[in-house]
Design a protein around this ligand. Structure first.
Ligand code: GUN
Length: 292
């Protein structure tokens, strides 16, 4: 029997509805709306879509958003100046610098320049350190979205073998940390897993993924996880968003893997909508952190 489809869009809408109430409460108590500044450098079409979707989500939950578009040839110093201005602006609670940045700009320099309290992506070294130590200030958006899908679908990873495929700073590393943690801000079903992180140099990847109760695919390659790599009954979370000539697809060969898995996230309408709503969550948290 084909696996249960985990509808990320529906879960994101639920969380958005809850957040809109919390944002309205914040506005009533403080007299202003939480505010997100989004920075987009260059004209990568996918990044432009993501940033636009984040702005639209802000509108839906009552968060103010300000968009800063810079040309592709922007230099590091110029971008650092903008970050310094946004850091100093008390009307800005959250700063999002959309990645990837053009090659002349070192992302680590930019991300570490964002004030840690305004770092709603949780990319700053201080916030990553706090996360790894088990006392997170913010949760990174996509990994947090994965936890919300698991929790709100009534699933659990506790005591299970999770295999994360991919070692990126944005998804692979933080989701590995969160799933293996002793406690989870999302609740007892989203931690205490035994986690294996695999990557492009892993020997016999399929032998490892076939031992997984839960697979988190964050590789960035279309339909990379095939049915023979999945143990019957496994839960499969697809974090990939790949744009191919045939349209958008994830890192999982969805139609074939769905026949083997007990539950699976689709692409689109899977993890993607959660990433956006968790950014809204972090912007509200940031505004609360900055109350004087
Ligand atoms: N590029 C891909 N994913 C993300 C994300 O979660 N945040 C930012 N800022 N850029 C990204």
């Amino acid at each position: 029997m084909a696996g249960l489809v985990l509808d990320g869009k529906k879960i994101a809408t639920q969380i958005e509805t809850e957040l809109a109430v919390e944002v309205a409460d914040f506005v009533e108590n403080n007299g202003y709306s939480p505010t997100l500044a989004a920075v987009l450098v260059g004209d990568d079409p996918a990044s432009a879509v993501y940033v636009r979707n984040k702005g639209l989500a802000c509108d839906r939950v009552g968060i103010d958003s300000k968009m800063h578009r810079l040309p592709a040839e922007t230099g590091e110093e110029e971008l650092l100046e903008l970050i310094a201005t946004l850091n100093a602006d008390e009307n800005v609670n959250g700063i999002l610098v959309q990645l990837p940045l053009p090659p002349q700009i070192r992302a680590s320099r930019i991300l570490d320049a964002v004030h840690p309290l305004k770092d709603v992506d949780c990319f700053h070294a201080e916030n990553v350190g706090l996360l790894v130590q088990g006392r997170p200030r913010y949760l990174p958006c996509t990994p947090h979205g994965v936890l919300q899908i698991i929790d709100r679908s009534g699933l659990s990873v506790a005591g299970k073998h999770c295999v994360v495929v991919g070692r990126s700073d944005i998804v692979g590393k933080p989701i590995t940390t969160l799933l293996a943690a002793k406690d989870s801000p999302v609740g007892p079903n989203c931690c205490n897993a035994t986690v294996t992180m695999c990557h492009s140099r892993t020997a016999d990847l399929a032998a490892i993924t076939r031992t997984a109760d839960v697979i988190v695919a964050a590789i960035g390659q279309p339909k990379f996880i095939k049915a023979h790599m999945v143990k019957p009954g496994a839960i499969v979370i697809d974090v990939g968003i790949n744009r191919t000539d045939a349209g958008m697809c994830g890192d999982v060969d969805y139609d074939a893997v769905r026949e083997v898995a007990s539950a699976i996230t689709p692409v689109p309408r899977g993890v993607g909508p959660l990433t956006v709503v968790m950014l809204m969550h972090n912007t509200l948290s940031a505004a609360r952190c900055q109350l004087t």
